[in-house]
Design a protein around this ligand. Structure first.
Ligand code: 4NP
Length: 169
């Protein structure tokens, strides 16, 4: 899809942040964009993801994440990148996967000025029993599926909040 600079300036920009940017956050980005497309809201939202660490800069998502996403009908297109202080200004909503990611984001220079837009993603999960999206990196297929389900539920509610109850902009 082609967007002019003017359209981009009006779009709401969402950034999903995890540690490595190969499991949780690229999946969050893909699920969010899938729902945006389903609701025909592509002209209203931009999404990206990144990691607080630099271990996987330039890497494609973890094969287990790609496989799990595909089995749930979601395709992922992402190349890993690290969180940068400029992200705080560029993005309107910055969503951390866990408390550790959140505290790393808040350690960026001038993060205090942007505090209101930085949140834990799981606050949007209506079934949450924990504030974090668990890290599946050392886990099993079941853990990847649990992450998918948490993210899927959370994205539904995030989009509802961003669009209002009617689902319209
Ligand atoms: P993510 O998972 O933060 O959800 O992408 C991880 C990916 C890689 C590593 C840790 C967590 N790692 O240690 O390389």
């Amino acid at each position: 899809m082609y967007f002019t600079a003017q359209i981009i300036s009006f779009m709401k920009k969402i950034l999903f942040v995890c540690l490595g940017n190969i499991c949780r956050s690229p999946l969050a980005e893909a699920i969010f964009l899938n729902k945006v497309r389903e609701k025909k809201l592509q002209h209203h939202f931009l999404a990206d993801s990144c990691g607080t660490a630099n271990y996987h800069v330039g890497h494609t998502p973890d094969p287990r994440t790609i496989k799990n996403a595909f089995s749930n009908g979601v395709t992922i297109h992402h190349v890993g990148r690290q969180l940068h202080k400029g992200d705080l200004e560029v993005f309107d909503v910055i969503l951390a996967m866990d408390e550790s990611n959140l505290s790393n984001i808040l350690r960026l220079p001038k993060a205090d000025e942007y505090r209101d837009k930085i949140k834990l993603l799981r606050t949007y999960d209506p079934e949450r029993n924990d504030d974090s999206v668990p890290d599946p990196y050392y886990g099993t297929e079941k853990d990847f599926q649990e992450v998918f389900e948490i993210l899927d539920r959370s994205m539904e509610h995030l989009l509802q909040e961003l669009t209002g109850d009617t689902g319209n902009i």
